[in-house]
Design a protein around this ligand. Structure first.
Ligand code: AMP
Length: 284
């Protein structure tokens, strides 16, 4: 779909000319790794600043905030949409993870994204190479979701290799993911600058997440309570983690997974029905 920014006022001007002059906006959709690499090589040759926003789709305002930040800072904005199987455990929600592809593409187009990379599959049948961060990935999500960060780090490095971004945008919502990817980039000398974007919340305080759409109305009320308790906890002068853990154990409608203080951030995960939610907030 093409949108015309202005009339160039020239006779017999073809679409190719308009594109060349930057008068027409066309969002590219690429689904093959080889085509993606050809495009990123071309951008590299012409010295373009490329911003990558890696996502699993089912885009919401949290993702869009990352995309808008990239749009402000980079000449080219690339969004990847890939539900990466290697970061899901065998009992997790890979099969039912939402995939509203048309809506995602429309949101990307409206946000002025240059290219959406949406491969069907990124792994050869005999894929056998994984990247593992061995310190920061051990606690919290690493305990509850064994193998999760191995999958995340591997796919993020694959995306970096395919897209060669100058900058890559990640949300503070996945605090431990940011820590682990930061470490991988440092340890493996990956030439990319990471940009971390604050958590976007609904007006009721719940952190936006693609998984929120699993929640029934009653479960949503429990998610609000979870968010409120976290906000109260970070204001406690003494033992905010202990206080939050106690409150979450008492709360009805949810099952506590973990509460942990990581540096100055209080991080927590709960199950509400079958849905697992994570959240974090800086101590105040
Ligand atoms: P996902 O599609 O869940 O893998 O998320 C893609 C990126 O969006 C990750 O860097 C997330 O941390 C980020 N993200 C997801 N939800 C939010 C949110 N509520 N606020 C800020 N960033 C978010």
């Amino acid at each position: 779909m093409a949108g015309f920014k202005s009339n160039p006022g020239q006779d017999r001007c073809g679409l190719a000319d308009w594109l060349e002059k930057g008068l027409v906006y066309v969002m590219k959709i690429v689904d093959s790794a080889a085509a993606m690499q050809r495009q990123s090589a071309a951008w590299m040759r012409s010295g373009e600043v490329v911003g990558l926003v890696p996502t699993m789709g089912a885009l919401h305002e949290g993702h869009l905030t990352l995309i808008r930040r990239a749009r402000k800072e980079c000449r080219r904005v690339v969004v990847s949409i890939y539900v990466n199987p290697t970061q899901f455990g065998p009992k997790e929600d890979l099969a039912r993870y939402p995939r509203p592809r048309r809506q995602d593409l429309a949101l990307c187009r409206a946000a002025g994204v240059d290219l959406v990379f949406a491969p069907e599959n990124l792994y050869s049948p005999d894929h056998s190479t994984y990247v593992e961060e061995t310190a920061l990935s051990q606690g919290r999500e690493g305990v509850s979701r064994p193998g999760h960060f191995r999958g995340v780090v591997t796919v993020v490095l694959k995306l970096f290799n395919l897209m060669r971004p100058t900058k890559a945008y990640f949300g503070q919502k996945d605090a431990q993911q940011v820590e682990v990817i930061n470490r991988m980039v440092r340890d493996l000398d990956v030439p990319v600058k990471l940009v971390v974007v604050p958590i976007v919340r609904d007006p009721d305080g719940v952190a936006l997440s693609s998984r929120n759409r699993y929640l029934s109305l009653g479960e949503r009320a429990v998610a609000v309570e979870f968010a409120q308790l976290l906000q109260l906890a970070v204001k406690k002068k003494s033992n905010p983690g202990g206080w939050l853990e106690q409150q979450l154990r008492k709360a009805s409608g949810l099952k506590l997974d973990y509460v942990e203080l990581a540096g100055k951030r209080l991080c927590a995960a709960v199950f509400i029905g079958k849905t697992r939610l994570i959240d974090n907030e800086r101590l105040s």
